[in-house]
Structures are given as C-alpha cells and as structure tokens.
Design a protein around this ligand. Structure first.
Ligand SMILES: [Fe+2]
Ligand SMILES: [Fe+2]
Length: 285
C-alpha cells in the first residue's frame, strides 16, 4: 500500500474505485435458468430465503437512511451507490422468490436509531462476517453442483458486489477513524468489539433458523447433499482461500479486511496440527 491510510488521496481512491466498478443491470432481465423438478426442489428446500430477503431490504434501508447524513460529497456519492446496490439485491432475491415459487414473505423493517452512523457501522461489520463465511459456503455449494452453474453465475454478481462493499467499508472505517485521530490499537479493539456484535447477531439468526416451528427440515434433507463429507477445517480453508482469491481483484493500494482472514488462518493451522497429532495420540492411548 503506497497511499497513506486516512489521507485525502486514500479517500479519493477508495471512493473513486467503488463508483467506477458499479455495474448497471436489471435483476428481471438476468439470464435466469430453467430448473428441472429436482433442482427446483433443492432451491425451495433452502431454509434461509426469507432471512436473505429481509437482510438485503434492511441493508438498503440502513444505507439509504445514512446517505444524506454523510457530509463529504464523494463519500456520500459512493454510499448512495451502495444503497442502490443493496436495494437491487433485495429486488434480485424478490425476482428469485417469485420466479421459482420460494417460500418467503416480506417482514416489517425495524425503525432505525437516530444514530445512523452506528447502525451503518454495525451493518458493515456484519457484512464483513457474512461475506467471509459466505465465500466458503458459496464455494461448497458450487462445487457440489447443488444448482445449475447458470444460477451460480447470477449469485456471483451479488457476491462480487458484497466484496466491493466490504472493501469500501474497511477503507471507509480507516479513513473515518484516522480523521477522528484514533490510533491503530484503538481501531483494532473497536473492530473486535463490532465483530463480536455481528457474531452474536449471526448466532441469533442461526438459532432462530433451528426453531422447531420453522417447519423446514433443512438439516436432514437438502443439506446432506453438500454436507456429505463436510469438514470444518475444509470449510475454514475455503473461506480463507476464496477471500484471498476475491480480494486479489482489488487494487493493492486499497485496504482489505485482515482480522477475519487472520483468525481463520490461525484456526486452520491449529486444526492441521491437531489432525497431525491425533493419530499419534491415538496410538499412544
Ligand atoms: Fe447486499
Ligand atoms: Fe452489501
């Protein structure tokens, strides 16, 4: 990285790149594939469309609400575009739901607090966590040919935009904190705290998904298909590798998420060591 984090040049770089890589498309006219009965059943069996739809609508609402409060013009222009993209994600999921007859309804959005910047930051860290785990999950699903490749090509458009969002967010945070005169250790602590909140929110969502009334028994039906031979270490490795692959598309002068890949790397090393030692430990026993 040759640009000084938090500088005027840094701000212009991360905003300009975000604005320049914005794509124009209409979710309605994407090349949606025809699905046979088996693929349709697999798609309908996925239990989280409702949650995904709600998350994207909520994302659009938070970013749109925050936009007019951003005082810097180029930062505001970029954030306005992100709002547009999030709203388009919701529309894309809506098209998917309607086209393939998926089971998901529109839930009311909560009212947001007056402090919209904190809501935006909370949401941003949440996106970083979701995207990192999503990279691994997406790879697993794609490899198992859970759905036709044409469908993954469409989801890839969405994944690319989410990757842009998190790169923008990480740079925005560094610029914001620098402007406020916060030092790197404070920033790292703050990130860890926000990631903790994001993780709790995610765990809450997973828990809700497991509630018996949900009625959709993903675990015993559809999931088996790509969870056969599932290994936790393999999953974390996929997240790590896919993160690196997707990040390599970005200008090396931009900052990238570091904390989650570092945690994943540490976890993989630990698990590898454990796997190597285990046979010896078993023999010894
Ligand atoms: Fe999104
Ligand atoms: Fe996003």
């Amino acid at each position: 990285m040759t640009v000084k984090a938090g500088s005027q040049a840094h701000k212009e770089l991360f905003c300009q790149q975000f604005i320049e890589t914005h794509q124009n498309y209409d979710p309605e006219t994407l090349p949606w594939p025809e699905l046979d009965e088996a693929a349709l059943a697999r798609l309908r069996g996925v239990p989280f469309w409702q949650e995904v739809y709600h998350t994207e609508r909520r994302a659009g609402a938070i970013v749109d609400a925050f936009t007019p409060q951003v005082s810097d013009p180029i930062v505001r222009e970029a954030i306005a575009l992100q709002g547009l993209e999030e709203t388009r994600h919701a529309k894309l999921i809506r098209v998917l739901i309607d086209r393939y007859g998926l089971d998901a309804t529109e839930q009311p959005l909560e009212t947001f607090p007056n402090d919209l910047e904190t809501a935006f930051i909370d949401f941003g860290f949440g996106e970083c966590l979701d995207a990192f785990l999503g990279f691994g999950a997406f790879k697993t699903a794609r490899q198992s040919a859970f759905l036709p490749e044409a469908m993954f090509d469409i989801f890839d458009v969405l994944m690319f935009e989410e990757t842009r969002h998190i790169v923008f967010f990480i740079n925005y945070m560094a610029w914001r904190e620098k402007r406020r005169g916060h030092l790197a250790p404070t920033r790292a602590l703050k990130s860890a705290w926000f990631y903790g909140r994001a993780l709790r929110r995610l765990m809450g969502m997973v828990q809700r998904g497991q509630e018996p009334n949900d009625g959709r028994d993903f675990a015993v039906t559809q999931a088996n298909m790509f969870l056969d031979g599932f290994s936790f270490r393999g999953f974390v490795e996929d997240c790590y590798r896919e993160n690196a692959r997707r990040m390599s598309a970005f200008d090396p002068d931009l900052m990238q998420p570091r904390l989650l890949p570092a945690v994943a790397d540490l976890a993989v090393r630990g698990l590898r060591l454990w796997d190597q030692r285990r046979p010896r430990l078993e023999r010894a026993a």
